[in-house]
Design a protein around this ligand. Structure first.
Ligand code: AMP
Length: 408
């Protein structure tokens, strides 16, 4: 697979770059610009090479299936990429041309007027209905704007859309160069290591948390093959506890996944590590009573919902983490958004962050924001920018459509 450094003679070339500027917005303002920052090495390298840089990204969701025309208009207004063009321009300290439209003469003219080392950002690719359908006409209208394609949107690489798949497919057919950018290169390097496990990286520990077992079945299956141990915390753990025959009070349990959990437990034996106790509350609010209950043998009573792991579990998980040579973490141990229930997630995060000489990866999403909130972001070997993409890459044993298309 070609990387950015393999591309030669970039001066004056029109480079189409798919970046992931799908940033969280609050009241129309960018709440966290990490994804913009992560795209800078590639953009700066291209600008420094005298290329003409044309950036594509989606932002948020636009629901063409259910929304009324008015709702569509509102969704588009909410997910206008203009704020990102402004922020990028501030960060880069150079103007960023913004195309309000996604296709047509106005965009074509702006691309034609672009000079060497200038940057243009195209409006949200999802303004086009054909984006998510990988519409060939849409892909062709974008592909014709460039001489080279660079894929640097790791967070969107699990989607075969027009801007992530259609463009590189067409450029390749025309014999034009396509490559991965620096961010995707970094992500692939780190996530390949957690699926292609070397003996020197063992014991290999995966820590999974979050809400649903059903979202993570394929990941659990693959990790069970690859890991020496898997810790399961968060709400997911209650489905496993119920599968073991313990009652879980009002904690979230996926009844439909009980058989699956039993199969996992039978297959994995003591390689799956489950919580010993929980912090459970009698109402989902900070004012409620929160009590520490065991989750094994004696159980969480009716009326109480487990919202975080308890102190015994923290000790157990810390001890497992201390033995690991490589750690992959995805999903919080509790409702970490509330300060009353952040302790378990914080303890796990701190335990991984304080390991020395260990390869540690956060698979994006909530765990990445927890690590950031807790101040441990820089202590991990790699924090993925793509929650869904990193999980799918693990499920697919290191493959994603938007990255595979760049290869031969
Ligand atoms: P996911 O998207 O599957 O990684 O789930 C993340 C969400 O799971 C977060 O918003 C957490 O608040 C929530 N979560 C984690 N543990 C629990 C729990 N014990 N009870 C309810 N929600 C939880």
């Amino acid at each position: 697979m070609k990387t950015l450094k393999d591309l030669k003679d970039l001066k004056g070339k029109r480079i189409l770059v798919r970046v992931d500027f799908n940033v969280p917005l609050k009241n129309g303002k960018i709440d966290d610009d990490n994804r913009i920052i992560q795209a800078l090495p590639t953009i700066n390298y291209l600008v420094g090479s005298g290329a003409r840089v044309i950036l594509f990204s989606h932002l948020g969701k636009i629901d063409y299936k259910k929304a009324t025309p008015e709702e569509l208009k509102a969704q588009k207004a909410k997910n206008n990429l203009k704020v990102v063009a402004e922020r990028l321009s501030e960060i880069m300290k150079q103007p960023v041309v913004f195309s309000e439209v996604t296709t047509g003469k106005e965009l074509d003219d702006k691309v034609a007027a672009l000079q060497d080392a200038e940057v243009l950002l195209v409006q949200n690719t999802r303004y086009e209905k054909g984006e998510e359908k990988n519409d060939p006409d849409l892909s062709a209208s974008w592909a014709k704007l460039g001489d080279v394609f660079v894929m640097d949107a790791f967070g969107s690489a699990h989607r075969a859309h027009a801007s992530t798949y259609g463009i590189p497919e067409l450029l390749k057919k025309d014999g034009k160069p396509v490559a991965i950018g620096f961010l995707v290169e970094k992500e692939v390097h780190a996530l390949s290591r957690v699926v292609n496990v070397k003996n020197s990286d063992r014991p290999y520990l995966a820590i999974l948390g979050g809400l649903k077992v059903s979202d993570k079945i394929k990941v659990i299956d693959l990790l069970l093959e690859k890991c020496d141990k898997i810790i399961i915390g968060g709400a997911m753990a209650y489905t496993f506890q119920r599968a073991r025959g313990f009652t879980t009070g009002n904690s979230p349990v996926e009844e439909s996944q009980l058989d699956y959990a039993r199969e996992c437990l039978a297959k994995a034996k003591d390689r799956i590590v489950l919580p010993l106790d929980a912090m459970a509350s009698d109402a989902f609010s900070p004012e409620a009573r929160t009590v520490n209950f065991p989750t094994v043998n004696e159980n969480i009573p009716e009326g109480f919902e487990g919202l975080d792991i308890g102190p015994k579990t923290i000790k157990l998980f810390q001890a497992e983490i201390a033995k690991a040579k490589m750690v992959f973490w995805n999903g919080p141990m509790g409702v970490f958004e509330q300060k009353e229930f952040i302790k378990g997630t914080a303890a796990v995060c701190e335990a991984i962050a304080s390991l020395k000489g260990v390869f540690s990866v956060i698979g994006g999403g909530d765990s990445a924001s927890a690590a950031k909130k807790l101040g441990y972001f820089d202590k991990f070997s790699h924090v993925s920018t793509g929650g869904g993409a990193s999980l799918e890459m693990i499920e697919n044993n290191g493959h994603l459509p938007g990255i595979d298309i760049i290869g031969d």
